[in-house]
Design a protein around this ligand. Structure first.
Ligand code: SF4
Length: 467
């Protein structure tokens, strides 16, 4: 139950009691997050809502109770499998990754993941459902051998058939790919290959601890193009250590020359559990040794302009696509509109029927739970309808343009009315425009969307750490 404030608008039809928190200026928000100019340690990227720090182990039973419900008829399902192995740990990495596991340990992990999928396949909520999308993330999924990939996906397909699957996305580290492995990746059904290139300059790659070099990136792109994946995405990061204006521009132009279908650009952030942060702490530094936020925004903006001039379209705060009619990202679009996600593997995040969960974050406890025949869930959070409404609204705002009519119809609440004060304020700051049912973010708004989204959080969720 949400406590209405004096400003609250209550929507009796949906049962949502809306709260309208006091407006803080975006600048105040910025300062509150320690990110006014310099890059300081912390997570700024809003990946989900409510923030992860509100998910608790004592809420795990809420997952079990959803799983005992009958399968929904109109909710899409996705599968995610997390592969936590990498050749080397990047200095900016905040994921739990293992760089020292041998083939037998990796095989055991895959078998554990398959047992997890099997347990889920027997639950009433999931039995008989077919995934609309499948995602292999990490870590480095392409670290697996061909045999391991075939064993993993073969059994996954037996448990949850892929014959109605629209997209199979797969993250790859260029240095792990041979033409033969890429052929196998395509053969198992991958439609969207995402290459973690990050930069095309060997010095930048080395200084930031990446395992691959530019030669391997070019080779991987060539292989991928020859093999004809439906979609080739490359990831870039603006503001890595030692990045310069000139080098960034060369990096963007090189990416354009390579003509991928889609490019995802992140602004470098330095979360607490990174090697960079550890070094900052040891030397008493508050500011991370990477570009400041205005520089990173300027670089991403330059990149967007350059891609647009080359015929690409900006279709979210982080992506440009060659052809918006044919290049889709089903995983993102389905998750942001409320699909279920059966997520397996260590530390993975999933959700069923509005209940979020995250698995055990270390491989030891994860495997022990599976061996004991239990789902390896570490913490969970059952959302209420208001939180689901906010989640879909803020995540879809990341697309840059949002027609709110579908959300209004689904929840019986008009986000433009509910957030009138916040939207007017942000509009006055020049970050967006509201016209009829459509909210359009301007470039400056797109570039700092993760900061602005906190304005739409419930008061008690603000300033939470995204860990
Ligand atoms: S490749 Fe990705 S997951 Fe692996 S260490 Fe680097 S950033 Fe982390």
């Amino acid at each position: 139950m949400i406590e209405p404030t004096d400003d609250a608008e209550t929507n009796a039809a949906s049962g949502i009691a809306g709260t309208l928190p006091a407006i803080r200026t975006p600048l105040q928000t910025d300062k509150a997050h320690g990110a006014a100019e310099k890059t300081e340690a912390g997570n700024y990227f809003v990946a989900n809502y409510p923030p992860f720090s509100f998910w608790k182990p004592e809420m795990k039973p809420s997952v079990e109770s959803v799983l005992e419900r009958p399968a929904p008829v109109d909710t899409k399902l996705g599968l995610y499998f997390h592969i936590p192995f990498c050749r080397k740990r990047c200095h900016f990495c905040y994921f739990r990754v293992y760089t020292d596991k041998n083939a037998a340990e990796i095989n055991a992990y895959i078998q554990a993941g398959l047992r997890e999928f099997e347990m889920y396949s027997q639950k009433p909520y999931l039995a008989g459902r077919k995934p609309q999308f499948v995602y292999f993330g990490g870590g480095t999924p392409s670290y697996l051998s061909i045999q391991q990939l075939q064993d993993l996906t073969g059994r996954m397909k037996e448990l949850f058939p892929w014959d109605e699957t629209e997209e199979v996305a797969f993250e790859a580290e260029p240095g792990t790919l041979t033409e033969k492995k890429l052929e196998a990746i395509r053969e198992i059904g991958v439609t969207r290959l995402s290459l973690g290139i990050e930069a095309f300059n060997d010095h930048i790659l080395e200084v930031n601890g990446r395992a691959h070099r530019s030669k391997e990136a070019y080779r991987a792109i060539d292989f991928a193009k020859t093999l004809g994946f439906q979609q080739l995405n490359i990831d870039l990061i603006a503001g890595m250590m030692d990045e310069t204006e000139e080098n960034w521009q060369r990096c963007v132009d090189t990416a354009i020359e390579q003509q991928p279908d889609c490019v995802t650009i992140y602004q470098m952030e330095i979360p607490y559990n990174t090697t960079i942060y550890k070094q900052m702490k040891e030397s008493g530094q508050v500011t991370a040794p990477v570009a400041d936020w205005p520089t990173k925004r300027r670089w991403v903006s330059w990149a967007f302009d350059r891609f647009v001039a080359a015929g690409y379209t900006v279709n979210s705060a982080y992506t440009v696509v060659k052809d918006p009619k044919t290049v889709k990202f089903v995983y993102r679009d389905s998750l942001w509109t409320g699909a279920d996600l059966l997520s397996a593997g260590v530390a993975s995040f999933g959700e069923f029927g509005g209940v979020h969960y995250q698995n055990q974050a270390d491989v030891g406890p994860y495997m022990m739970e599976i061996d004991a025949g239990r789902l390896p869930i570490f913490r969970a959070y059952p959302t209420n309808e208001e939180e689901r409404f906010i989640r879909e609204f803020i995540l879809q705002l990341k697309l840059g343009q949002l027609d709110i009519s579908a959300i209004r119809e689904k929840y019986g609440v008009d986000p433009i009315q509910r957030y009138a004060k916040q939207l007017q304020y942000i509009e006055k700051e020049g970050f967006l425009t509201v016209e009829g049912d459509v909210i359009t973010l301007h470039r400056e708004g797109m570039l700092q969307i993760d900061r602005l989204l906190h304005e739409f959080f419930l008061p008690h969720h603000r300033d939470a750490r995204y860990t």
